[in-house]
Design a protein around this ligand. Structure first.
Ligand code: SF4
Ligand code: SF4
Length: 451
C-alpha cells in the first residue's frame, strides 16, 4: 500500500566541464525522465552520461530492462510459469528459497525491528565489505533522507528509522569510484535506484558488490507533500511529531509519534490527498518488490496481529541468490536476526484488487471521476477495516493483492501518459502477464477504455 514519504534534497552536481550545476529549482524538468524522475541520484554524478542505459523511468526503455538485468544479476530471469508453494516469482521476483518472516534483534529506534540495519552492520563488522551506501536522515530526521558512504557502525546506525523513500542513493557514485580503499561494497536502495546501480556497477571497478533492497511503493514527491499528508491525513500539526508511518495489513495507517502511536483506517483519509502525496515516478513503477537486489526486506506480505505495532511486527525476507543467502547467514551468526517461519497467506486477492482499483481516488482522477473531499467517519472506517481484516486477503496474499492493484493502477497511468504502444515497451514482461489476466475481465477493460 501507499507509503507517502518526503524526498527532495538540495540538488547540485558537477557538469561535464566541471561547473557546478544547480538543479534546486530545476527538478524534475531538467532531468531526463522529467516528471517521472525519481531522483535516484545518478544524474547528480558524472555517471549521468550512462542515463540512457541506466534510468529505470525513461519512457519506452525504463523498466523493460528488468528481464535482461535479472539474468545478469541472478543467472536467470523470474519464472512466471512456476509458482512455489508460498509465493510466485511473477509477482515477487527471482526466489533462491521460499520467502521467510524475519525480525531484527536489539536494534532499538528502528522504523520496524531493524532488519536492514542489522544486515548492513553485520556485513561491515564481519569485514565482508569496506563500505555501505545507505540513506541517513539529514540532521537525523527521517523526513529528509540523504545518501552516505558508511564506513563505521556509527554511520550505519544513522540510517536507523529511515523509511524506504525517494532518496538520491546514487549521488555518492563518484565518491565511491574515487575512493580506492573501497574494494567491496554493499549498496542499499529501493527498486529504481537498484536498477540504475545494476546497470553501471561494473564501471565502478569493484572486487565485490552486494545489494540489499527494500520493498517500495508510492513515495511522496516533496517534504511539503509529506507534511501535508501528516497534517491533513493524520490530523497532526507538525511533521516532526511523526517518527514514521506505514500503510499496514490491518487496513490502517500506523504512525509512530514523539509521544505515542496512532492508527487510522485507510478509509478515513480524505481522497483529495492521495494524488498529491505520491511522486509521479511511483505511478510508473513496476518494481515494487525490488527484483534486482540480492536480498530484499519488506513488510507487505507479513501478517499483522490485531493491535500490534509496526516496530514489533515481522517483515518478509526475500533471498534472490547465493550472495543474498550469505548476507543473511552472516547476520544470523552475529545474533542480529531472528528468522521466523515461511511466509504464508490466505484469502482471494484478484477481485479485491479490482474493487480497490475501481474505487481508488487516483484512478478516479485519471478518468475524471469524483473524489471524496473527506474520508469516512471514524466509526464507519473502523468497522470497515475490522470487516476487511476478516474477509480480505492476509499474509502473502495481501502482498499479492497490493502488487496487482499497483500494477493495474500504474498501467493505467502509463497508458494515459504515453499511449498504449509506448506503455507496452516500458512495462516489464512479468507485469504485462498479470495485466493480461485482468484484461480478461470486463470491469478492467471498461476502466482502461476511459483513460
Ligand atoms: Fe536520472 Fe535517476 Fe531521474 Fe532517471 S530517475 S532521470 S537516472 S535521476
Ligand atoms: Fe522508485 Fe518505484 Fe520506489 Fe517510486 S515506488 S521510489 S519509482 S522503486
Amino acid at each position: 500500500f501507499r507509503s507517502p514519504q518526503t524526498s527532495l534534497q538540495p540538488l547540485s552536481r558537477r557538469g561535464a566541464a566541471g561547473r557546478p550545476l544547480d538543479y534546486a529549482t530545476g527538478w524534475p524538468q531538467k532531468f531526463p525522465a522529467k516528471d517521472h524522475c525519481s531522483r535516484c541520484g545518478l544524474c547528480e554524478t558524472t555517471f549521468v552520461s550512462r542515463v540512457k542505459d541506466a534510468c529505470a523511468l525513461l519512457p519506452e526503455t525504463g523498466m523493460s530492462r528488468m528481464h535482461d538485468l535479472e539474468v545478469k544479476v541472478h543467472g536467470r530471469s523470474r519464472n512466471t510459469h512456476h509458482a512455489m508453494d508460498t509465493a510466485d516469482e511473477g509477482r515477487f521476483g527471482v526466489l533462491h528459497e521460499e520467502m521467510k518472516l524475519v525480525k531484527g534483534v536489539g536494534m532499538n529506534d528502528s522504523q520496524w525491528t531493524g532488519v536492514v540495519t542489522s544486515i548492513a552492520l553485520s556485513m561491515l563488522e564481519a569485514k565482508k565489505v569496506d563500505a555501505v551506501v545507505c540513506i541517513a536522515g539529514e540532521q537525523d530526521s527521517w523526513a529528509t533522507p540523504e545518501a552516505i558512504v558508511a564506513k563505521s557502525a556509527e554511520q550505519i546506525l544513522r540510517g536507523r528509522g529511515v523509511k524506504p523513500s525517494l532518496a538520491p542513493s546514487l549521488k555518492v557514485l563518484d565518491e565511491i569510484k574515487e575512493d580506492r580503499s573501497i574494494r567491496k561494497l554493499l549498496f542499499c536502495g529501493v527498486g529504481c535506484s537498484v536498477q540504475a546501480f545494476r546497470a553501471i556497477q561494473d564501471d565502478l571497478d569493484l572486487d565485490e558488490v552486494y545489494v540489499l533492497g527494500t520493498n517500495c511503493v508510492d513515495n511522496s514527491p516533496t517534504p511539503k507533500a509529506a507534511e501535508n499528508f501528516v497534517r491533513v491525513g493524520l490530523g497532526l500539526k507538525d511533521i516532526e511529531e511523526v517518527k514514521g508511518y506505514e500503510f499496514m495489513q490491518d487496513f490502517r495507517v500506523h504512525a509512530k509519534t514523539s509521544d505515542g502511536y496512532l492508527t487510522k483506517p485507510y478509509f478515513c483519509l480524505p481522497g483529495v490527498i492521495a494524488k498529491p502525496s505520491i511522486a509521479t515516478s511511483c505511478l510508473a513503477c513496476f518494481d515494487y518488490t525490488n527484483g534486482l537486489a540480492d536480498v530484499v526486506v519488506g513488510y507487505m506480505g507479513a501478517p499483522l496481529d490485531s493491535g500490534r505495532r509496526m516496530d514489533e511486527s515481522f517483515q518478509t525476507l526475500t533471498i534472490r541468490n547465493q550472495k543474498g543467502a550469505d548476507m543473511i547467514e552472516t547476520t544470523r551468526k552475529r545474533g542480529l536476526l531472528s528468522i521466523g517461519p515461511t511466509a504464508t497467506g490466505k484469502g482471494s486477492f484478484e477481485d479485491f484488487a479490482l474493487s480497490t482499483l475501481k474505487s481508488d481516488a487516483i484512478v478516479q482522477s485519471m478518468i475524471g471521476g469524483s473524489i471524496m473531499e473527506k474520508g469516512l467517519p471514524d466509526w464507519l472506517g473502523t468497522m470497515l477495516a475490522f470487516l476487511l481484516q476478516r474477509i480480505g486477503p492476509t499474509g502473502i496474499n495481501f502482498a499479492r493483492y497490493s502488487i496487482d492493484y499497483h500494477i493495474l493502477r500504474n498501467y493505467m497511468h502509463v497508458v494515459g501518459e504515453w499511449g498504449e504502444t509506448s506503455a507496452k515497451k516500458f512495462v516489464p514482461a512479468y507485469a504485462q502477464k498479470i495485466i493480461k489476466k485482468y484484461l480478461e475481465k470486463d470491469s478492467m477493460t471498461n476502466l482502461l477504455s476511459q483513460i
